[in-house]
Ligand binder design. Structure first.
Ligand SMILES: Nc1nc2c(c(=O)[nH]1)N[C@H]1C(S)=C(S)[C@@H](COP(=O)(O)OP(=O)(O)OC[C@H]3O[C@@H](n4cnc5c(=O)[nH]c(N)nc54)[C@H](O)[C@@H]3O)O[C@H]1N2
Ligand SMILES: Nc1nc2c(c(=O)[nH]1)N[C@H]1C(S)=C(S)[C@@H](COP(=O)(O)OP(=O)(O)OC[C@H]3O[C@@H](n4cnc5c(=O)[nH]c(N)nc54)[C@H](O)[C@@H]3O)O[C@H]1N2
Ligand SMILES: [Mo]
Length: 572
């Protein structure tokens, strides 16, 4: 995030796009609810009627995969009506002219045809965003998990740059990060394109610097990204070391991946549980969970926070870093780290923007936000202060529309999208072991519009087969107007009905992020006899309750509806 979580409550305009914030980021959603209660305008752009849409001034219920059209049309309005910040553009950016020219053809009227959003709603949103000073953009996977995810992000960045909504409180460009330390993992260089601290791996000076520091020759060839690795499993890639991922649940087109994994020579899994991927493992290293080890987690707002061991790990389980150090020693490396603090200190020493952060410092002041270059630097609440952009000038990037890799056709006439729910966490290795979450949401389901269900003779609660070009699964049908007609949606949490047997493994050209959000699919009712078998194993039927699915009929007496305005402090 360019800005901080605590600034959201003071924003006057919030553009939430492709983010089911109340279910996936409840704490951040709480700040958004506070802003709305204070009188801020919220616009939600999402193909589903997620709970956030219920408190929004406007819901742009677009066709999945058409965000570039929506965003370029908003830019078109801002350029045509001269609502841009000419001074900011002149002083702090470059290449505006290219974008201004490129968005000429993206008129709101044509955008209406492609996206399904009324042209007037696009105009109103563009005007409000451009003319409100404290206007922030908040986005997640509805933007990035597409074959054109990078284009979506560029199109959003163009809006930020042309309106100058950057470098001050309660604005900016705010991707809400997913897993608890995904920001920290990226910061530490867990990607083939960067060394720690976003020092580019294709920059010879950087590579030479690390050769010197580490005392070993380093490769100049870029490694594979996750999407590329999965496609060569069992081919070029004969060995896997998997740490904290359940790839046979979370990677796309997983039957192809499993074929590859069957041909892998050696697979090590380091995890806190025997997850589904453990079926393919030759060796398993039991790891300690977050509460059983020391270390740091970095959250979405770049805040590095100390995690302290609360309990001893069970049995032979050990902290991830201890396992890795032992392994390195067994391989002959002379690694002598004694604590997580020592390892962090070594990383921070060689990264200018982390150099002022240490375990000792964050033990005292509740975390520090990078950039934090010196031990007396207070940390950085928001980036690009006063229009001084980190890269010098903000670069506008013109984007054209590229459709999703698959569209509906006669064999697969529906568009399938996947995601998560409040009650389960990703591969659900953690949440399905626990009775409370299981009770709330015991089984897999697919959301289907009543009109699409009616045409197929499907009623609420029926067992159905969902199929795509890559595979099929069975789960329960949930009839709901939350999805657009022609669209279906399901969570990817359930091992017995893996959404990722269905999804398309085409990756974004730049990042490799898979197109989990759009593929062509069909739904059919399972034969009556099989329905009876299904009924025998059926647990509690889930029902829709204000945007979320509960196992029974909504929260019981005295229970809080987890996604509501309840508990949001009144305007201060
Ligand atoms: N309870 C819970 N919380 C979680 C997680 C969890 O599993 N459970 N996972 C964590 C992780 S790893 C992550 S990355 C985050 C993800 O957080 P989110 O990205 O909010 O989660 P998703 O469910 O993937 O929802 C994406 C939203 O994008 C919308 N969408 C789909 N296609 C499109 C499109 O083409 N355009 C637009 N504009 N919108 C679209 C969907 O309808 C949905 O509302 O959540 C984190 N938080
Ligand atoms: N269809 C579909 N698929 C998706 C997505 C989607 O929206 N749709 N979203 C994608 C996204 S954004 C993400 S982030 C991935 C997530 O996918 P994964 O990363 O595979 O799933 P998680 O459940 O977050 O965690 C994986 C494993 O980490 C283990 N673990 C937890 N804590 C620790 C620890 O401290 N140490 C070790 N060693 N292991 C630990 C858990 O037991 C679990 O087995 O899924 C992706 N897949
Ligand atoms: Mo994620």
């Amino acid at each position: 995030m360019t800005n901080s979580i605590g600034e959201i409550r003071d924003a006057d305009f919030l553009f939430v796009i492709g983010s089911n914030t109340s279910e996936a980021h409840p704490i951040i959603a709480m700040e958004m609810k506070r802003a709305v209660r204070r009188g801020a305008k919220l616009v939600v752009a999402d193909p589903r009627s997620i709970w956030m849409a219920s408190i929004a001034e406007r819901h742009l219920k677009l066709r999945p995969g058409t965000d570039v059209w929506l965003l370029n049309a908003m830019a078109n309005v801002i350029v045509t009506e001269e609502l841009y910040d000419a001074a900011f553009i002149a002083e702090s950016t470059e290449n505006f002219e290219a974008v201004a020219a490129a968005v000429k053809d993206f008129t709101p009227e044509e955008a209406e045809i492609v996206t399904g959003i009324p042209a007037e709603d696009i105009r109103a949103t563009a005007r409000e965003y451009a003319t409100t000073k404290k206007a922030g953009i908040y986005y997640t996977l509805g933007i990035t998990e597409h074959s054109h995810g990078t284009d979506n992000v560029y199109a959003l960045a163009n809006l930020v740059l042309m309106t100058g909504h950057l470098g001050s409180e309660s604005m900016g460009m705010n991707p809400l990060r997913g897993q608890n330390n995904v920001q920290g993992a990226n910061d530490a260089g867990a990607t083939p394109v960067y060394f720690p601290g976003y020092q580019r791996a294709d920059d010879e000076a950087v590579v030479a610097k690390y050769e010197d520091i580490w005392g070993v020759p380093l490769s100049r060839t870029r490694g594979l990204n996750l999407n590329e690795m999965m496609k060569v499993a069992g081919k070029q890639l004969k060995g896997f070391f998997i740490m904290g991922e359940d790839i046979v649940l979370s990677e796309p087109n997983v039957s192809l991946l499993e074929e590859g994994l069957n041909k892998v020579d050696f697979l090590v899994l380091q995890d806190i549980f025997l997850n589904e991927t453990a079926r393919f493992a030759d060796v398993i290293f039991p790891a300690a969970c977050f509460a059983e080890k020391d270390g740091v987690f970095t959250n979405s707002e770049r805040r590095v926070q100390l995690v302290r061991k609360g309990v001893e790990p069970p049995g032979e389980a050990r902290a991830d870093w201890e396992i890795l150090v032992e392994l390195a020693r067994a391989c002959g490396a002379d690694w002598n780290y004694n604590s997580a603090a020592e390892i962090y200190a070594e990383m921070a020493r060689d990264v200018p923007r982390f150099a002022g952060i240490s375990h000792a410092r964050i033990a005292e002041d509740g975390g520090l936000q990078w950039p934090c270059p010196t031990p007396d630097h207070p940390g950085t609440k928001f980036l690009h202060e006063g229009g001084k952009l980190l890269r010098g000038r903000g670069l506008f990037t013109a984007v054209s529309f590229r459709p999703s890799a698959e569209a509906e056709d006669t064999d697969y006439p529906l568009l399938l999208s996947t995601g998560r729910t409040l009650y389960h966490y990703n591969s659900a290795t953690q949440t399905r072991r626990e009775q409370g979450a299981h009770h709330k949401q015991p089984e897999a389901y697919i959301e289907l519009h009543p009109k699409d269900a009616g045409r197929r003779g499907i009623v609420d609660g029926d067992m159905v087969t969902v199929s795509t070009r890559r595979g099929h699964i069975e789960c329960r049908a949930l009839l709901s107007r939350q999805v657009r007609r022609g669209c279906i949606w399901m969570p990817f949490h359930f091992a017995e009905a893996r959404a990722n047997l269905l999804t398309n493994d085409v990756g974004d050209a730049v990042t490799g992020t898979a197109e989990y959000k759009v593929c062509a699919a069909e739904v059919r009712k399972v034969a009556v006899e099989a329905q009876m078998n299904g009924a025998a194993t059926m647990s509690v039927k889930p029902v829709l309750f204000r945007g979320s699915y509960y196992a029974v009929d909504g929260p019981g007496p005295g229970e809080v509806d987890e996604v509501s305005m309840a508990g949001v402090p009144p305007a201060s």
